[in-house]
Design a protein around this ligand. Structure first.
Ligand SMILES: Cc1cc2nc3c(=O)[nH]c(=O)nc-3n(C[C@H](O)[C@H](O)[C@H](O)COP(=O)(O)OP(=O)(O)OC[C@H]3O[C@@H](n4cnc5c(N)ncnc54)[C@H](O)[C@@H]3O)c2cc1C
Length: 443
C-alpha cells in the first residue's frame, strides 16, 4: 500500500498491519522488522511510514479511566485529540497542550512531543504525560514514567515511535470555566514589531504570530499576534451575554474535493489572500474578543483536505527553532530569503518556545518559524541554504514536519542523539523499529 504524510511528499509503498487491540501489538512488533507505528498520519513527511511495515495504531481507541477530582485521564494511544475535546470540554476540562490540528492521536502527540501556543509557559505535551505503556521491540510491555524506566520514558517523549509502540498513556486535563478564549489581537508592521508583541504577550497562556511571508522590505515580518486565555464564566457573561459556556466543536465547513493544479497557488493569489487576512485581522485588533476554542486552536481543521491545495506533487513544511540569543537576526535573514524567493505560501507561524525534556524533543528556549512550500527542485535548493543558517545558529528542524533535511543538519541540531542511539541499541530497537525518516537520517 502507498503511504505519505500530511504533505503528500514523499510517498512510499510498504506493508501495512493493523493493531486491532493492545494484545495484538506484541506479535506484530516481534514478527516484523523495519516497522513503526502510525497514528492519524498528520506528521507532514515520512515519520509515520515504516521502513518496510507500518503498524496502524488508530484502532487502539478506548478511553480507559478518568478521575474528575484531578483531571487524570488514561487512554489508549490511538484515541484522537478531537474525541478527547468532544468528551471533556463540555465537562469543563481541556488538554494541557494541543497542536494546530485536533486530528492527531495521543500516541502521535507523545511521539512528536507536540508543542502548542503555550510551549513557552507549559512545555510540550510530553511534559504532562505521567506514565505510558510501551510495547518493546521484543514485544514485552514496559511501564514508563519519570520514576519507572525514566531514561526510556525521556527517549519515548519526542522519540518519533523509534523506542516502541505506545499502547496507552496517562496525563492530566486542566479545568476550564468555559469553552471560549478571551483573545487579544495585536498588529505588527514588521518583524521587530512581531518579536516585541510576542515578548509583550509572553505572560499570556497562549500566544502566536501569523506572518505574511510575502511581505518584503520595510514590511518584512508584518503579522497579527493572537494572545489568549481561557475565558471565565464571568467574562463570557460580559463579553457575549447569553452565550452557552460550552458551545459544541465546529465540524469542518469546507473541503477541497480535488487536487488543484499547481498554478492555482501562484504568488498573486497568495498575496491577495494574505492581504485580505491581514486587513480583516487588523480591523479586529484592540479590544478583547471571545473566540470559540475550535477556530482559535484549529483554524485549518475547518477546511477538510486542505493539503490538496498544493497539487499532486505535495508540499513540505519547514519548521525550525533558533535559540533565543540569536533568534532575531537569524530569523530576519531566513524570512527575508523566503520573501525574496516568493516561494512560501500563505502565512508563516512564529512562536516562542521553552526547553523540553525529551532526549530528542524539538523544543528549545527560542523562537520557532514554520511555513509551507510546494514541492519543487528550486524549493529544495532554497531550503538547503536555509538549513545552513539554522545549523550555524545552533538551531534545529522539527522531525514531525520533516521530509528532506540532510543527516548533517539533523545531527548538528540534536545533541541528545548519541544517547538516543545508545538507548535504541540497548533495547534492541536498532534494525527492528525504523521509519522512512529514521532510515533517511540514520537514527
Ligand atoms: C495542520 C497541522 C497543524 C499542526 N500543528 C502542529 C503544532 O502546532 N505543533 C506541533 O507540535 N505539531 C503540529 N503538527 C504536527 C502533528 O501534531 C504531529 O505530527 C503529530 O505527531 C501527528 O499525530 P498523528 O497521530 O497524526 O501521528 P502520525 O503522523 O501518524 O505519526 C507521527 C509520529 O508519531 C509516531 N507514533 C504515532 N503513534 C504512535 C504510537 N502509538 N506509538 C509510538 N509512536 C507513534 C509515528 O511513528 C511518527 O513518528 C501539525 C500537523 C498538521 C497537519
Amino acid at each position: 500500500m502507498e503511504l505519505s504524510g500530511w504533505g503528500r511528499y514523499p510517498r512510499h509503498r510498504g506493508v501495512v498491519v493493523r493493531a486491532e487491540d493492545p494484545g495484538a501489538v506484541k506479535g506484530l512488533v516481534a514478527s516484523h522488522s523495519g516497522i513503526v507505528a502510525r497514528g492519524n498520519g498528520r506528521a507532514y513527511g515520512d515519520a509515520a511510514i515504516g521502513e518496510t511495515t507500518t503498524l496502524l495504531a488508530r484502532p487502539l481507541d478506548r478511553m480507559r479511566r478518568f478521575e474528575a477530582e484531578t483531571g487524570r485521564l488514561t487512554v489508549e494511544a490511538g484515541v484522537l485529540l478531537s474525541d478527547i475535546l468532544d468528551a471533556f470540554v463540555p465537562r469543563g476540562f481541556f488538554p494541557p497542550v494541543v497542536p494546530g490540528t485536533k486530528l492527531v492521536t495521543v500516541g502521535g502527540m507523545i511521539a512528536a512531543d507536540v508543542h502548542g501556543k503555550n510551549h513557552h509557559r507549559d512545555g510540550g505535551f510530553g511534559d504532562h504525560v505521567e506514565e505510558l505503556t510501551l510495547a518493546m521491540p521484543s514485544g514485552e510491555r514496559w511501564r514508563c514514567s519519570r520514576d519507572e524506566n525514566p531514561e526510556l520514558f525521556a527517549a519515548t517523549i519526542g522519540g518519533m515511535g523509534l523506542t516502541g509502540v505506545i499502547l496507552d498513556a496517562t496525563f492530566r486535563l486542566k479545568r476550564i470555566e468555559s469553552g471560549w478564549l478571551r483573545q487579544r489581537t495585536l498588529v505588527a508592521e514588521d518583524l521587530a514589531g512581531a518579536f516585541a508583541a510576542l515578548e509583550e504577550t509572553s505572560s499570556a497562556t497562549y500566544s502566536v504570530a501569523w506572518i505574511d511571508c510575502l511581505a518584503k522590505g520595510a514590511k518584512l515580518g508584518r503579522s497579527l499576534i493572537y494572545a489568549a486565555e481561557h475565558a471565565s464564566a464571568e467574562e463570557v457573561a460580559t463579553l457575549r451575554p447569553g452565550a452557552p459556556l460550552f458551545a459544541k466543536g465546529k465540524p469542518g465547513r469546507l473541503g477541497v474535493p480535488l487536487d488543484l493544479p499547481a498554478f492555482t497557488l501562484n504568488s498573486l493569489s497568495v498575496a491577495a489572500f494574505n492581504e485580505l487576512y491581514f486587513r480583516r485581522g487588523a480591523a479586529k485588533a484592540g479590544d478583547p474578543a471571545l473566540v470559540h476554542w475550535d477556530p482559535y486552536f484549529f483554524p485549518l481543521d475547518g477546511v477538510g483536505n486542505w493539503n490538496r491545495i498544493y497539487g499532486g506533487h505535495g508540499f513540505v513544511q519547514h519548521q525550525c527553532v533558533i535559540p533565543a540569543e540569536s533568534a532575531k537576526p537569524v530569523l530576519a535573514e531566513i524570512l527575508g530569503r523566503f520573501a525574496r524567493a516568493g516561494k512560501a505560501s500563505f502565512l508563516a507561524v512564529l512562536k516562542q518556545l521553552g526547553p523540553s525534556s525529551g532526549t530528542i524533543s524539538f523544543g528549545m528556549a527560542g523562537y520557532t518559524l514554520a511555513l509551507d512550500l510546494q514541492v519543487s527542485d528550486e524549493v529544495f535548493t532554497l531550503l538547503d541554504e536555509i538549513d545552513g543558517l539554522v545549523v550555524a545558529a545552533g538551531g534545529r528542524l522539527y522531525l514531525a514536519k520533516d521530509a528532506r533535511q540532510s543527516r548533517a543538519t539533523f545531527e548538528a541540531g540534536y545533541p541528545g542523539l548519541a544517547a538516543f542511539r545508545d538507548m535504541r541499541r540497548g533495547i534492541g530497537a536498532e534494525g527492528r523499529l525504523s521509519s522512512r525518516l529514521s532510515a533517511r537520517l540514520g537514527i
